[in-house]
Write a protein that binds this ligand. Structure first.
Ligand SMILES: [Zn+2]
Length: 365
């Protein structure tokens, strides 16, 4: 199998265009056309994980956190990042990161946490905008059904729980081909008035190439008229964090105990119990303090996340209970999720979880 078979699959689930601006998701070391026969999954690509890959003759590491975030100007083995990069290159080990793009999709890191807590009515906490566009095209009337269906088949026209959504109006199109043209209808040099349908469909920008390829393939005209319009709409299924309800409200202490158990964490740092009962829980795996105001805004009783600084706990302002369960702890099951989807898609590809707990933070309990 080629590396790109795996990366194309992962990016069909979590397109890299969904990553945050500061992130460095994608293939960090390696080439897409390289043959790969096994993969090691981890949250953090540490030196231990590289050594494990070398010992087990694994030539691909799939990590949640990118080993390279910013530009590196020298490779002198002076710190762990430089040593890992050198070792990976020397041993022909590819490193791929699937990070905030996996955080930001609906079926991603945060929904998996919500499932572990048994939440219902789950939705994205802070949906992103500028991820949707509208395609408008004009079709000769007897080709309209075929063109519309071709667009639906590659994912256009999905809105919430509905698919095959479009708007269609009928009118008259005009065109005149020059001496070099070869018109599908009418004759060159003569203005043609043609009964046409205007088809409008919405689509996520992540699949724009597929949408346009489908249009170009099925539309009969030599030159196809179409408009692409960027939309300001929020994408309801792509964004930061997650929010959902407990099936039954719980006492705050009981809720924290449940979180501790279900998220397999030994310590939870939390604010005071400003609400005695918890029903709505907001979630952000990893560093999530940037979403605190959003969690308060949607009426969450508790915000489960990590990496809160001392002063940020004050921002709960007695309106929400913050539960900081630890960065690694909040994301640890991301590895299992990656293993599950890759194994399901490529059952004969040897994919394993690292045997190391890569959490750099230890607790004396
Ligand atoms: Zn993280």
């Amino acid at each position: 199998m080629l590396l790109k078979d795996i990366t194309n699959f992962l990016e069909s689930i979590a397109p890299t265009i969904y990553q945050e601006e500061y992130d460095n998701t994608g293939l960090i070391i390696g080439s897409f056309d390289k043959k790969v026969d096994s993969a090691l999954i981890c949250l953090d690509c540490t030196e231990d994980v590289i050594d494990e890959a070398i010992c087990t003759k694994t030539n691909l590491i799939i990590a949640h956190h990118p080993i390279i975030f910013k530009g590196i100007k020298k490779l002198n083995n002076k710190n762990y990042v430089e040593r890992i990069i050198s070792k990976a290159i020397r041993n022909e080990i590819s490193i791929y990161a699937i990070h905030t793009n996996l955080d930001n999709i609906f079926d991603g890191v945060n929904k998996k946490i919500a499932e572990r807590l048994g939440l219902i009515n789950g939705q994205i906490l802070f949906p992103k905008n500028h991820l949707l566009k509208k395609l408008i095209t004009f079709s000769p009337r007897n080709h309209t059904n075929q063109i519309r269906q071709a667009l639906f088949d590659v994912g256009a026209g999905k809105i919430g729980n509905y698919d095959q959504c479009s708007f269609n109006t009928s009118g008259t199109g005009t065109f005149r081909g020059n001496a070099y043209s070869n018109p599908f209808i009418g004759s060159k040099g003569v203005q043609q008035n043609e009964s046409e349908d205007k088809i409008e469909v919405i689509y996520p920008i992540a699949i724009e190439n597929n949408i346009l390829n489908a249009l170009f393939k099925v539309h009969p005209y030599e030159t196809i008229a179409y408009d692409i319009i960027p939309l300001d709409n929020h994408h309801p299924y792509v964004g930061s964090g997650f929010v959902g309800d407990l099936p039954n409200e719980m006492e705050t202490l009981e809720c924290l105990k449940m979180i501790k158990k279900n998220m397999a964490t030994s310590v939870i740092k939390h604010t005071g119990f400003h609400k005695s009962k918890i029903k709505k829980i907001a979630i952000c795996g990893g560093s999530g303090s940037f979403l605190l105001s959003k969690a308060i805004e949607v009426g969450a009783d508790l915000f489960l996340s990590a990496d809160f600084k001392y002063h940020e706990f004050f921002d709960a302002d007695k309106r929400i209970t913050i539960a900081d369960i630890g960065h690694y702890e909040s994301e640890q099951f991301t590895q299992d999720y990656l293993l599950e989807i890759i194994t399901k898609k490529f059952p004969n590809f040897a994919t394993r979880l690292t045997s190391y707990n890569t959490n750099p933070v230890k607790y004396l309990v």
